[in-house]
Design a protein around this ligand. Structure first.
Ligand code: ZN
Ligand code: ZN
Ligand code: FE
Length: 746
C-alpha cells in the first residue's frame, strides 16, 4: 500500500470517510462543488456508514479540500469524524456522484424538520423568482423531513410528496449536483407542488391575504402547519383570545405566540443572547422567556403567567402569514384540552369545527403528528417538550452503548419512547398522555415507524415498574424479548447523567409528581445515590397520605388536608371529611411526592384548590412569589435514609395564613425553605458517599426559582451540578433514562 499509494510528482489521491449526519443534508453536492472549485477528480457516494469519497489532484489542492471539508459543510450536516487514507493515483480528472451503496442500516437516515433557510426566504419574497410567495418552498438546507417521511431510504416516493410529480424545472434542479435543490426530496413549485386552500365562509383568490383579513376582523383560524394544525388569532385581540380559550375548553394553560420577527419577539419577552439564538435556530422551538410589562397581548393569552412562550416563523407559510399580518399571532396547537394535536385533514375539519371560523389547509399530508418543541434558554437551558425540530436527531449513550438493540417504553404522561442500537439512541417526539386512545395509537404506530426508520429490532424492552402504565402493559404483551424494569426516578437520574456522557455515581435529587417506588408506594421527593446501572434511595420527603388517590392530583386542596393532618393542624371545617380520609388512610396510598407538597402549599396559600392541567398549582405558586421576601420557614432533616420533614413548615404556613400573610410572601418563603433543605440534604449525602456530582431532575425542577436556588447553593458548596439540557426534566426524559440504565446493566 505504501509503495502504491506514494504520491508521485505532487499528485495525490485520498480516500475520505465522513460520518455523522451527512445524508439528506446536501453533503454530496457540497463535496461535488468543493472538488470542482479546487479542480479535483474523484467521486462521492452515500453508504451505510455515511459518506465515502475519493479526491485526486495536486497535493496542495487535496490539502485545501481536506481542510475545508468539515468547516464548510452545509448547515444541516453534523460532521462527527473525517478519516483520510492515501490511495494510488488513477489519473481520474472528472468528479462524479455515484449511486448509493445499500445494505445495512444507516445511522442518520432521517433529519428533523428545519426552518426555512435564508436562501429560500430571499426567493420567497423576490417578485422575480418563480417561487415568489410560494408557501411550500424548500431546499436541501431546509424544509419538512421527519413529519413527511413514510419509510426508508429517504426518497421522494417514501414521503408524503409521493403524489406530486415534479415539473421539468423542478426535476432539473433535483438532478443538478450544483443546485441547492439537488436531491431535495420535498422540492416543489407553484406549478407542480402542494397548494393552499381556505375552507370556510369566504371566497378568496389569495388564501393568505384572506386569512390575514379574517384575523384582523377577530376570526379564529385553524392553520395546517408542519407537524399538525394550529389555532390562530391576533394576540392583542381581547375578544378573539377569550373566545379561543372558551371554545378550546382550555381554561388556564398559556397560549404560544408567533412573532413576525426577532424585534417583535423582543417587545413581548426579555431575551438574552442565548434566547435570541435559540429563537432563530433552525429548530425554531417555542422559547419561554420573562414577559415584558406592557407586552401587547390579550389578557386571555397567558393569565397570570410570568413567562410567555414565543416562537418565530418556521415554515414559508408562516413567513408569508406573519409578514402580511405584521403583528404577533396566537398559534396554539389545535386540539380540545387534553386531546392530541390534530394533524389529519378530515379529522381536523371535524374536531375543530366548533372552534375555528376558517381553515387554512393544504394538500401535503402530515405523516407523523409532531408538536412544537418548548425550550427555556436562560438562566440555563431546559427543554420542556422535545419534538418538532429536534426529533429524530440521535443522542448518544455513554460508553459502548446498548450491546443489544433495545426499546424503552417511557412513562405514562408526557410519554416518549426511545430506540437504541450501539451508542445511538433515538428518542421519539412528544407522544402525550397514553390514557387517551388517540395518543396510545400514536405510541404503538410510532414505535413501529421508528423501528423501520432506524432499523432497530428490539431484543431488550425496558419499562417502568408501574404495572398500570399503558407503556408497561405494552411491554408485557411483546413476545420473544427480554424485559427490563427500571424504577422511575432512577430513569430520571440516568437520563441526566447519560446526556452529559457521565456514568456516576452521583447524588440525584429527583422531584416530581408521581413515580412507582420500589416499595409500591408513590414516590416523588427522592434523593438517590446512583450510577447508570443501579441506585439506592438515600433520602426522601416525609411520606403522607394521598387522600382518595389520583383525585388528590386534580384537587390540591386534598393534599393540603393531608399535610395539615401530618402537621397536627386542625383543618378548616369544609376540609374535615377529606382530612378524616387522610387520617384513616382509606383509599389513600402513601406518597413522598414533592409535586404534591407544592400543590398542598398552593392550596393552603389560597392560590389554587383545583387544577385544569398537570403542574398548574406549582406553576402558579412559583408565579405568585414575592421577590422582595427574604424569610423562610423551619424544616427538619433527620434519620437515615435522610428524611426531609416539612411538618414544621406546614405549621408555620398555617399560622401565616391565619395571620393574613400575603400568598406571595408565603409562596416565596416556601420556595426558599425547600431549596435550602434540598441543598443541605445533597451536601450531607454527597459528603457521606464521597461524590461531588449532584443531578437535579424530575418535573418539579421545571420550576425555575427552585432549580436556580438549589443549583446555586450546591455550586457554592463546591459540588458539580448536572441538570437536563437536551431532554425534559419531566417524564419526556424517562424513556432515554430507561435505555441508559438497561444499556449499562450486564
Ligand atoms: Zn432552503
Ligand atoms: Zn415544479
Ligand atoms: Fe417523573
Amino acid at each position: 500500500m505504501t509503495a502504491l499509494g506514494a504520491p508521485s510528482r505532487g499528485r495525490r489521491r485520498t480516500r475520505v470517510r465522513v460520518t455523522g449526519t451527512v445524508q439528506g443534508v446536501g453533503f454530496r453536492p457540497y463535496v461535488y462543488r468543493l472538488a470542482g472549485e479546487l479542480g479535483l477528480g474523484g467521486y462521492v457516494l452515500n453508504d451505510t456508514h455515511g459518506v465515502l469519497l475519493e479526491v485526486e489532484g495536486g497535493a496542495g489542492a487535496v490539502d485545501a479540500f481536506l481542510a475545508r471539508l468539515g468547516p464548510d459543510a452545509p448547515p444541516l450536516a453534523v460532521v462527527e469524524r473525517v478519516l483520510a487514507e492515501e490511495r494510488a493515483t488513477t489519473g481520474q480528472a472528472d468528479f462524479t456522484i455515484r449511486p448509493s451503496l445499500g445494505g445495512g442500516a444507516p445511522d442518520a437516515p432521517v433529519t428533523p424538520d428545519t426552518a426555512t433557510c435564508p436562501g429560500c426566504l430571499r426567493e420567497l419574497f423576490d417578485p422575480a423568482d418563480r417561487r415568489y410567495r410560494y408557501p411550500f418552498i424548500n431546499c436541501t438546507n431546509c424544509g419538512p423531513r421527519f413529519t413527511i417521511i413514510r419509510g426508508v431510504p429517504y426518497d421522494r416516493p417514501k414521503t408524503t410528496m409521493a403524489s406530486f410529480t415534479m415539473c421539468v424545472a423542478c426535476q432539473a434542479e433535483y438532478e443538478d449536483p450544483t443546485d441547492r435543490r439537488f436531491h431535495a426530496q420535498p422540492n416543489a413549485c407553484p406549478v407542480c407542488g402542494p397548494s393552499l386552500r381556505l375552507v370556510g365562509d369566504v371566497i378568496a383568490d389569495d388564501p393568505i391575504a384572506a386569512t390575514v383579513t379574517a384575523l384582523r376582523a377577530g376570526a379564529i383560524v385553524a392553520i395546517k402547519g408542519i407537524g399538525g394544525y394550529h389555532l390562530a388569532c391576533q394576540a392583542d385581540d381581547e375578544l378573539a383570545a377569550a373566545a379561543l380559550r372558551a371554545r378550546k375548553h382550555r381554561e388556564d394553560k398559556p397560549f404560544a405566540l408567533m412573532a413576525p420577527s426577532l424585534a417583535g419577539a423582543e417587545s413581548l419577552v426579555a431575551l438574552d443572547e442565548r434566547a435570541r439564538d435559540l429563537l432563530s435556530s433552525p429548530a425554531r422551538p417555542i422559547v419561554l422567556a420573562p414577559r415584558r410589562s406592557g407586552a401587547p397581548v390579550a389578557t386571555a393569552v397567558a393569565p397570570g403567567a410570568r413567562e410567555l412562550g414565543v416562537m418565530l416563523p418556521y415554515s414559508p407559510l408562516h413567513h408569508l402569514l406573519l409578514a402580511d399580518a405584521g403583528t404577533t399571532l396566537v398559534l396554539t396547537s389545535a386540539n380540545l384540552s387534553d386531546e392530541p394535536i390534530a394533524y389529519r385533514d378530515d379529522d381536523a375539519l371535524e374536531r375543530l369545527a366548533g372552534i375555528a371560523d376558517l381553515f387554512l389547509v393544504h394538500d401535503r399530508p402530515i405523516e407523523t403528528r409532531t408538536d412544537d418543541s418548548v425550550v427555556r434558554a436562560a438562566p440555563r437551558r431546559m427543554v420542556v417538550r422535545r419534538s418538532r425540530g429536534y426529533v429524530p436527531g440521535a443522542l448518544s449513550l455513554p460508553g459502548a452503548g446498548a450491546p443489544r438493540p433495545l426499546l424503552a417504553c417511557g412513562a405514562e404522561l408526557k410519554n416518549t419512547f426511545c430506540l437504541a442500537r450501539g451508542e445511538r439512541a433515538w428518542v421519539s417526539h412528544h407522544i402525550g398522555d397514553l390514557e387517551n386512545y388517540e395518543t396510545l395509537r400514536s405510541f404503538t404506530e410510532g414505535i413501529e415507524h421508528f423501528s423501520r426508520l432506524f432499523a432497530v429490532e428490539p431484543e431488550v424492552v425496558v419499562h417502568d415498574l408501574h404495572p398500570e402504565y399503558l407503556s408497561t402493559k405494552y411491554a408485557f404483551e411483546l413476545d420473544g424479548v427480554e424485559l427490563v424494569g427500571v424504577q422511575h426516578h432512577h430513569a430520571h437520574l440516568a437520563a441526566c447523567l447519560a446526556e452529559h456522557g457521565e456514568a456516576g455515581p452521583a447524588i440525584g435529587a429527583i422531584f416530581d409528581g408521581t413515580g412507582y417506588g420500589l416499595d409500591g408506594s408513590v414516590w416523588g421527593g427522592e434523593i438517590l445515590l446512583g450510577s447508570l446501572g443501579d441506585f439506592t434511595r438515600v433520602g426522601h420527603l416525609l411520606p403522607v397520605r394521598l387522600p382518595g388517590g389520583t383525585q388528590a392530583v386534580r384537587e390540591p386542596w386534598r393534599m393540603a388536608c393531608s399535610w395539615l393532618v401530618a402537621g397536627a393542624v386542625e383543618p378548616p371545617a369544609a376540609w374535615r371529611p377529606i382530612a378524616e380520609l387522610a387520617r384513616s388512610g382509606l383509599a389513600s396510598p402513601w406518597t413522598t411526592s414533592m409535586g404534591r407538597l407544592f400543590d398542598a402549599v398552593a392550596a393552603l396559600a389560597g392560590i389554587r384548590a383545583e387544577i385544569n392541567y398537570e403542574g398548574q398549582a406549582a406553576i402558579e405558586l412559583e408565579a405568585a412569589c414575592d421577590f422582595s421576601e427574604r424569610g423562610s420557614y423551619p424544616i427538619v432533616l433527620t434519620g437515615e435514609p435522610l428524611v426531609i420533614d416539612p411538618r414544621e413548615t406546614i405549621r408555620a404556613i398555617a399560622a401565616d395564613v391565619a395571620a393574613g400573610e400575603s400568598p406571595g410572601a408565603i409562596a416565596r418563603r416556601f420556595h426558599r425553605t425547600i431549596a435550602t433543605a434540598t441543598v443541605e440534604a445533597c451536601v450531607r449525602l454527597a459528603a457521606a458517599h464521597a461524590t461531588e456530582v449532584v443531578v437535579l431532575s424530575g418535573g418539579v425542577f421545571q420550576n425555575r426559582m427552585l432549580l436556580e436556588s438549589v443549583a446555586g447553593g450546591l455550586a457554592a458548596a463546591g459540588l458539580r451540578v448536572l441538570t437536563p439540557e437536551r431532554l425534559p426534566a419531566g417524564d419526556g426524559g424517562i424513556s432515554y433514562g430507561q435505555a441508559a440504565v438497561a444499556a449499562a446493566r450486564p
